[in-house]
Design a protein around this ligand. Structure first.
Ligand SMILES: Cc1cc2nc3c(=O)[nH]c(=O)nc-3n(C[C@H](O)[C@H](O)[C@H](O)COP(=O)(O)OP(=O)(O)OC[C@H]3O[C@@H](n4cnc5c(N)ncnc54)[C@H](O)[C@@H]3O)c2cc1C
Length: 291
């Protein structure tokens, strides 16, 4: 199908972008990588009267690490994140997820900001950001809002972004000593969206117990969510297969998957548990410097 007619602007700076989003509030759509938006336009599921192409807005694709956090610009592509040196050295959770998104073409064009703003319930980044307790930064001409990932993903294709806002960056806390993260995803075939996926970011205490644990699940409910029951099971526990299984069972029980072409509900629940267990094993091994 051919999209309905729309205007197109390609501002070169953030102020111009925010200005036009305010002037055309509710009618404009941001164009980032286009890998989700263009199909929606062609199917006429989205009918904006203006596309605001943000590819020339300087700095939006930067990845900068400070003492406290990794700041990933909304226009950073999946590939850029995958190849980033700081990500490779200290953020294995992000590296795992980036490497499994779509195929090379999708990774070359798709962006973290586009993925989060689109909020497909099977997308990988939202679960990762929930597990890592990241913050998403939205800007409008009226100011800036910092929204915890756990509050950002509201429903299927629904986020906390307001129509006149631009998602500008994602802030991920820098892992401290004895931290480990991992992402485990099962897909029907290479390059597919997840059938079920689990993101884990945890930190061990000096005595080896799990001091802090974040668990985010994808493709297992109407939107990605924190498996808070699993987090409670893990916190204070000594890593073991029994503990991982108990956390996996808690994650499965908190899931609300729908039957679809990826499989029935029982299968997806079983995969919720299994992906959680596998991510926990790998995250703990990484925290111990063994993987
Ligand atoms: C074949 C294929 C396979 C894929 N496989 C996977 C996969 O395995 N895992 C996965 O997670 N994803 C997958 N994707 C999705 C892919 O990662 C998309 O790139 C991503 O979902 C959208 O990113 P984008 O930059 O292309 O955004 P766009 O398509 O440009 O935008 C998507 C939506 O977000 C809005 N938006 C974009 N940027 C901003 C911003 N900065 N502020 C506010 N709103 C914004 C747009 O207006 C639009 O509504 C796949 C896509 C395809 C086509």
């Amino acid at each position: 199908m051919i999209p309905p007619p729309f205007d197109y602007v390609r501002p070169s700076g953030l102020p111009d972008t925010l200005q036009v989003l305010k002037e055309r509030e509710g009618e404009a759509k941001v164009l980032s990588g286009g890998y989700s938006l263009i199909p929606l336009l062609k199917l006429r599921l989205a009918q904006p009267t203006l596309l605001v192409d943000i590819r020339d807005v300087g700095g939006l694709d930067a990845i900068v690490e400070t003492d406290d956090e990794l700041v990933v610009g909304a226009r950073a592509t999946h590939r850029r994140i995958l190849l980033d040196a700081a990500v490779g050295a200290r953020y294995p959770l992000l590296r795992d997820a980036a490497g499994g998104i779509g195929d090379p073409q999708v990774r070359n064009w798709g962006t973290i900001g586009g993925s989060c703003a689109h909020a497909d319930p099977s997308a990988d980044w939202p679960a990762v950001l929930i597990a890592a307790r990241a913050t998403l930064v939205c800007r409008s001409i009226d100011g800036e809002r910092r929204i915890p990932a756990r509050d950002f993903f509201v429903d299927t294709f629904v986020t906390a972004i307001e129509p006149a806002e631009l998602l500008t960056e994602v802030r991920i806390p820098r892992p401290r000593a004895r931290s480990g993260g991992a992402y485990q995803k099962i897909e029907r075939k290479a390059g597919d969206f997840a059938t079920a996926a689990a993101a884990v970011q945890l930190r061990l205490a000096a005595d080896g117990r799990i001091e802090e644990a974040g668990v985010g699940l994808a493709a297992l409910a109407e939107t990605q969510f924190a498996a808070t029951d699993a987090e409670r099971v893990l916190t204070g526990g000594m890593p073991s297969e029994e503990l991982f299984r108990a956390a996996g069972d808690a994650a499965a029980a908190q899931s609300r998957p729908a039957a679809d072409t990826h499989g029935p509900v029982a299968y997806k629940r079983a995969m919720a548990a299994e992906m959680t267990v596998r991510a926990l094993r790998r995250a703990v091994a990484r925290a111990l410097g063994q993987a």
